[in-house]
Design a protein around this ligand. Structure first.
Ligand code: SAH
Ligand code: SF4
Length: 358
């Protein structure tokens, strides 16, 4: 059933510790019923900080000359994937700035084939590489990727225009979600919360958009200002705790409204609070993406201020992450893909429609 906008607004505007805890508890009960309490790990490789786009909120946008650009070599990226496989993470995510040139498309294709080969097809692969053509999406799907994350950032078209240069187009981005579905991917999207000028009404509309687009996965997080962006004036006076609460409320409202989708507890939450990701799990998220990028590249991938630079590939920090997840009563789905239940329900209803048509 399509979520009720009034009810969404009511959840999103809740304040007060007692009321918020009650909301998170409610979301957790829905999560338990629909997707269970197993957390799925997706090791994230930040493959390159080269980006052809210039989103005004992002630290690695093309217009920021302040830092060197990198692309991880195929060899290094495969070594990171191998590590991920050895640690029995079920899946990995490959994320980068947006590029659509042939050398890049070929590099990603080769990497995908290499990862499938080294893991005997066992590692699931999610891509987060921005807007591409149907042909490119198909090529990468055939090379082994099966999930794709493409946030629409905000569904408020005016706000979208204010936060991007004129040649960045919401409708084009939205259409990419359809292309991804056509290519066969499990499709994820999301927004940032706490954008300048964004209202609860906008966020309620974002959640209705997720429902209408029938997405399988969500990756959402608080907007965190970065000093070398056109929005640098927002760094001063940024309220971390408020941003954290907005992020958690959004996760909870999405879990209650959309029920069986996969929801990531994102690194941006961790940037705001050392236990931010665990809080996200308790508010309804069920996917966590430990950063497995070689630490020598980390400095170069600062999408926002204070992005954690922890060496999560160290056995020690992995152990402490596992322990803190278990402490909040969750278990880790080692070696499992943890595909979104919603995807299979969606497939089933498509098949049923086809049968009815025949
Ligand atoms: N280039 C690809 C993937 C990398 S960016 C893309 O844009 O799709 C991944 C996400 O980082 C973006 O979708 C955006 O939501 C998020 N992001 C960028 N700048 C941010 C900021 N200042 N605060 C929080 N999230 C940010
Ligand atoms: Fe590039 Fe993505 Fe940052 Fe936009 S959000 S500038 S597309 S890396």
């Amino acid at each position: 059933m399509r979520p009720d906008k009034k009810e969404l607004l009511q959840m999103l505007s809740l304040e007060g510790e007692k009321e918020l805890q009650e909301l998170y508890r409610r979301a957790y009960a829905v999560k338990k019923e629909y997707v269970g309490t197993t957390v799925y790990f997706r090791g994230i490789i930040e493959l390159s900080n080269i980006c052809t786009k210039n989103c005004y909120y992002c630290g690695i946008r093309s217009g920021n000359p302040d830092f060197p650009r990198y692309t991880i070599s195929l060899e290094d990226a495969l070594a990171q994937a191998e590590w991920c496989y050895q640690k029995r993470y079920g899946s990995l995510v490959i994320q980068a700035g947006e590029r659509a040139d042939k050398a890049w498309i070929d590099l990603v294709s080769e990497l995908l084939r290499g990862i499938k080969q080294l893991s005997n097809g066992e590692l699931g692969i999610t891509l987060s590489l921005g807007e591409q053509s149907l042909e490119t999406y198909q090529r990468w799907f055939e090379a082994g990727a099966h999930r794709y994350l493409l946030r629409v950032e905000t569904t408020n078209r005016t706000l979208y225009r204010e936060l991007h240069p004129a040649d960045h187009d919401f409708e084009k981005r939205r259409n990419c979600l359809a292309l991804l579905r056509k290519a066969g991917y499990q499709v994820g999207t999301g927004v940032m919360v706490g954008l300048p000028g964004q209202t609860y009404e906008d966020i309620a509309e974002d959640i209705l958009f997720f429902y209408d687009e029938d997405v399988d996965m969500l990756g959402m997080g608080p907007y965190i200002p970065h000093h070398s962006t056109p929005l640098a004036h927002l760094v001063e006076g940024f309220d971390k705790m408020q941003a954290l609460t907005q992020g958690l409320k959004l996760i909870a409202a999405c879990r209650i409204a959309l029920k069986d989708v996969n929801i990531a507890t994102t690194t941006a939450l961790q940037a705001l609070h050392p236990q931010g990701r665990e809080m996200g799990l308790l508010a309804g998220a069920n996917v966590l993406m430990p950063n497995i990028t070689d630490t020598k590249y980390r400095e170069g991938y600062q999408l926002y201020e204070g992005k954690p630079n922890l060496d999560e590939n160290a056995d020690e920090s992995l152990e402490s992450l596992a322990a803190s997840i278990e402490r909040v009563g969750e278990s880790i789905g080692y070696g499992e893909w943890g595909d979104p239940k919603h995807f299979f329900r969606r497939q089933k209803s498509v098949a049923e429609c086809r049968m009815n048509d025949e």
